[in-house]
Design a protein around this ligand. Structure first.
Ligand code: DGJ
Length: 743
């Protein structure tokens, strides 16, 4: 990996074995963007990549020069109001009301490693030789403001990370009204935009649209990254498939309001900007203050969508997720939510835990309802001490008993929220986010604590850390069940109210940072009414995330398939739950429920004591199976094969291959039974052509090339259907195959 700086041409070239990223200091001393994509050999000058054609009827920077118009130039971090008419990367409002700026190149630094971003999650290096960082310092002399653009290139990945920092060195108060994390101008618009959109219980469906002139975007202004839109977009060529062709992926390491926007101009130049949503955003910088944007991750792959996803997965697994569970084994858990909801006591919990232990499950998670006087969702959020009526021996008593059984114990919390019916609210009614004189809207009977205030975060920290210190707790599920309304903090002056959303998320991150550093042995799982805050910001603190409240195996095919576009398999919280399923009422075989959940963190969420002995035995076998293969599933390379979003969506399949290519696990799912099915094969991916693979549990052997180019012969569901128990449905069949290279 290299970062070249050509003094004469004033060009920067960031290059590794996979990608090149090229920047030029233009003649106005601002930064032009020359190239991002597949690696280019280094050469003396790349200036010709700018391709400017003088055009009539545009505004130009210098008198007498009709060529130099920012409207015609591809830029690195564009401003508005000085000849570029597209939406900019940033805007600084000055005391006189002007938003016109001129940031010119001053200096740069190239160094090994990667800096931490103050108070924000980001990717990291473990030693300095893994990455190189370029900081380009620009200055607007009139207002005495510095702008630092920070780029990191990793040696191992086709990735550039970017962020920006603004420093007010002048005397006047400056207000950032837009501060995106990244901006890139691509020379053409022959792309499709892929994004992950949805809602509660159907998060991260894959959506695809052809770029058109004008603006297309996904965003959130809910105070959370949201179930509706994920802070991820990809630009792919129309001919790019899962396995071939070019694709650029953009992901924001941030959990609050975001904008991911693509603007195609009249010349078919495509501008991608990504960062904190400028809507209702403002940040005042007093003299001497600075503002750091979140980090954007930009991935390039010429190996299709699978290639792009594999880069995100590997980077996030190794250099975003932190702590002992990054590489450590994730326990198989049982969660009592769908088993009991709020209706439990110690006896009932211990009964479930005992059976879980017998079946080999490793961690018991006590969900909502254990604290204050909470028996439904109308009370007690904020009162983080045990409900003695349900748990007479407290959390410690229960946790001790479960730990004595040989299981770990985990707990649900929702630290950002409060119910009006709580001691916390009675004592601090002014601690919620609320606008003066206005009615406060609720969501699920609850209100959002003002995490932009340090005293609020400190108070919650004290309560939560006390429980964690007192009881043997190995896991925390951190939930967040509503979005922010009436965005206003009574602790901030009127002119700083547009800072509330970002300050809120910084407060969330600060609590996460304190708890994860003080309790490094606790595994955190993030959650937000299902997958309403499944983003890389959260993964920095919590290595896994509850993917969706929709636990139906068939619904999960789409949700997990879509989530895998950007997020690693070992971050995807997945449980086997009861039937009829609580979200859709569907009855699926227990085998299929597990076959889907295996491709995630894996656990259970049902009352095991209501199952038949036959079902319990199946669970025992599933747990055994997962323990055997979890290392492969969580650390191997994931490939999507058949998409539930394509065709009639009846077939989904995916697989994971070990790093040494000697082992693979394949999941194959058929939604509805089909009559008179023909001979079926599944073309596998990522195997070695040299190895002869045996299908575990059978005597069949095939070489890797046969499996990839001719296909794995599939069991005939049609025949299985004919032989099935009359009481079972023939729909929702699935099969998991394991293959191993013969020694
Ligand atoms: C929403 C979560 O997604 C569920 O798993 C569960 O924890 C409930 N909240 C509890 O209120």
């Amino acid at each position: 990996m290299y970062i070249y700086y050509n003094e004469t041409e004033k060009e920067f070239h960031l290059q590794n074995n996979y990608i090149s990223y090229i920047i030029k200091i233009m003649k106005n001393n601002q930064l032009g963007h020359l190239y991002f994509g597949k690696r280019l050999n280094h050469r003396e000058s790349f200036g010709h990549l700018m391709n400017i054609l003088p055009r009539g009827f545009t505004a130009c920077v210098y008198e007498g020069d009709l060529e130099f118009s920012l409207d015609l130039l591809r830029q690195e971090y564009p401003s508005y109001g000085t000849t570029d008419f597209r939406e900019p990367a940033f805007q600084v409002k000055q005391e006189n009301g002007s938003i016109v700026t001129n940031f010119e190149y001053q200096s740069h630094k190239i160094y090994k490693g990667k800096p931490k971003l103050d108070g924000l999650p980001s990717t990291y290096t473990e030693n300095d030789s893994e990455a190189l960082t370029l900081e380009i310092w620009l200055k607007d002399n009139l207002i005495n403001m510095d702008l630092v653009l920070i780029y990191t290139i990793f040696g191992e990945y086709g990735v550039i990370t970017r962020s920006a920092r603004f420093i007010n060195n002048g005397k006047q108060k400056l207000k950032l009204i837009r501060a995106m994390s990244t901006s890139i101008d691509f020379p053409d618009a022959d792309y499709e935009m892929l994004h992950l959109s949805g809602a509660w219980a159907r998060e991260r469906y894959i959506k695809l649209r052809r770029l058109q002139p004008g603006i297309q975007s996904v965003s959130s202004i809910r105070g959370a990254s949201s179930a509706q839109q994920n802070p991820f977009i990809a630009l792919k060529r129309p001919w790019t498939t899962e396995d071939e062709g070019e694709v650029f992926g953009f992901n924001l390491i941030y959990s609050g309001n975001f904008l991911a926007q693509v603007e195609v101009d009249y010349d078919n130049v495509t501008r991608v900007i990504m960062g904190i949503h400028p809507f209702n955003f403002g940040w005042i910088l007093d003299s001497g203050e600075s503002f750091q944007t979140p980090e954007a991750v930009m991935v390039y792959s010429d190996k299709g969508l699978n290639g792009m996803s594999q880069i995100f997965h590997k980077l996030y697994r190794n250099r975003l997720v932190r702590g002992k569970f990054r590489d450590g084994i994730r326990p198989i858990l049982i969660n009592n939510w769908e088993a009991t909801y709020f209706n439990f006591d110690e006896k009932k919990i211990l009964e479930i835990a005992r059976t879980a232990k017998e079946l080999g499950i490793e961690l018991f998670v006590l969900d909502d309802g254990w604290f204050g006087s909470r028996n439904d969702d109308s009370s007690s959020l904020g009162d983080w001490f045990e409900n003695k009526k349900k748990l007479p021996n407290g959390i410690k008593g229960l946790a001790d008993k479960i730990t004595a059984m040989g299981m770990k114990f985990g707990l649900w919390i929702e630290p950002e929220m409060v119910n009006k019916d709580s001691i916390l609210y009675t004592q601090h009614p002014d601690w919620i986010i609320q606008a003066p004189g206005r009615r406060v809207s609720h969501g699920r009977n609850q209100y959002v604590l003002d995490f932009s205030r340090k005293e609020v975060v400190n108070f919650i920290y004290e309560m939560i850390s006390k429980i964690l210190r007192e009881a043997p707790i190995s896991y925390i599920k951190w939930d967040m069940n509503r979005n922010i309304t009436e965005p206003y903090s009574i602790a901030l002056p009127p002119e700083r109210q547009e800072e509330v959303f970002h300050r809120y998320i910084l407060g969330v991150y600060s609590l996460y940072e304190r708890l994860t550093s003080e309790f490094p042995d606790i595994l955190f799982e993030s959650c937000a009414g299902g997958g309403g805050r499944f983003d890389p910001g959260m993964l920095y603190y919590a290595p896994q995330a509850w993917t969706s409240d929709d636990t139906d195996a068939i619904e999960r095919l789409k949700i997990q398939y879509g989530t895998s576009i950007c997020y690693p398999i070992n971050s995807i919280g997945s449980h086997v739950s009861d039937v009829p399923n609580h979200q859709v009422g569907r009855i699926t075989p227990i085998e299929t429920r597990a076959n889907v959940a295996y491709f995630g963190t894996f656990g259970y969420e049902l009352d095991l004591n209501k199952l038949t002995d036959k079902e319990k035995e199946k669970i025992r076998q599933q747990v055994k199976f997962f323990k055997k293969y979890r290392e492969l599933i969580h650390k191997g390379t994931f490939y999507r094969i058949n998409s539930p979003f394509e065709g009639d969506g009846n077939i989904t399949s995916w697989m994971v291959v070990s790093d040494d290519l000697k082992e693979a696990i394949i999941g194959y799912y058929q939604v509805l039974a089909q009559p008179n099915q023909g001979y079926k094969k599944l073309r596998l991916k990522g195997l070695s052509t040299k190895y002869l693979y045996r299908i575990v549990g059978s005597s069949e052997c095939y070489y890797g090339d046969e499996l990839m180019y001719s296909g794995l012969p599939l069991d005939n569901f049609y025949l299985e259907i004919l032989n099935k128990d009359k009481s079972d449905s023939a729909d929702f069949m699935s099969k998991v195959y394991v293959i191993k290279a013969e020694e």
